[in-house]
Design a binder for this molecule. Sequence first.
Ligand code: ACO
Length: 320
Amino acid sequence: MIRSRILSAGGYLPAEVVTNDELAARHGLDTSDAWIRERSGIRQRHFAAPGETASSMGAAAAREALTRAGIGAEEVDAIIVATSTPDSSFPATAVRIQAALGITRGFAFDLLAACTGFIYALAVADSLLRAGSARTALVIGTETYSRIMDWSDRSTCVLFGDGAGAVVLRAEEGEAGILSCHLHADGRYADILHVEGGPGSTGTAGLLRMAGPEVFKHAVNKLSAVVEEALSAHGLGPQDVSWLVPHQANLRIIRGMGRKLGLPEERVLVTVDRHANTSAASIPLAMAEAMAEGRFRPGDLLLMEAIGGGLTWGACLARW
Ligand code: ACO
């Protein structure tokens, strides 16, 4: 059977690290390090420098992923970028990354599903690879949420950071690779987590608005349901999962899911404490970190899950 095998992951984090106290002082926020840690688990985040964009960071993450896979850029024939903070409305961030990597063949496009973007992009790439439309794909999540923050909204602006992550997928015969992806959306909840306006309505980039507690309730229920859906599609149970690779929005949600699956804490990848919520970049960034530490072993079962603006949510199961 042909599967989309995950050959490697790479990441990029901008150099500037901002702690909770520094963020509060910089924007005159009525908050505290203790509140942010207790409610979200976040200690610090990285912010892009003025010249850095979703494409420059995405290209850096892709380079690391390609190097780790031992693959030359010329072998890539599909690039899918998940981002809600593209360099520009068009062309796609993906083609800017394609050019930065010196790739002149294949196809490249962006996809938007907010924090679920990487799961959606992985699902689309998997379908294209198994259909024979491409052989080697880069799937990238890259975000500059610092550019869409309302710095006067303390309930939201403390939660996000910038960064990029990438994986290299290859269509290969065998047991390793993506087993299945399970995608959902319900646009009735568009307004509880959205960017106000944008180039197509107001003419300028808008700011992020989130009804945090409402999103929190959806996250707990919808993530549990989609994880159950993914596992039962293969007759698998929580005991079969080697690694939970969750979207990094809130440590309380992540730990809750880990407990529900009965996984020991060391089997749940956590970066939210250091990266904050990097939206579509958070899952591939966590994978890149785990790969650098040599955590994944052949045959390991990875369970990825995310929820974000849309609302959108989904899960993917993959055999390393
Ligand atoms: N510092 C201090 N106090 C604050 C802050 C702050 N930064 N922000 C809010 N508060 C206050 C509130 O005003 C409120 O005060 P009140 O009780 O006097 O009214 C109190 O703290 C509690 O606020 P809540 O919003 O109820 O806090 P909660 O425990 O729900 O935590 C949080 C908020 C962290 C946002 C949480 O709801 C959450 O993580 N939600 C889910 C986020 C998520 O998963 N998003 C999906 C992905 S994002 C994407 O797709 C782009």
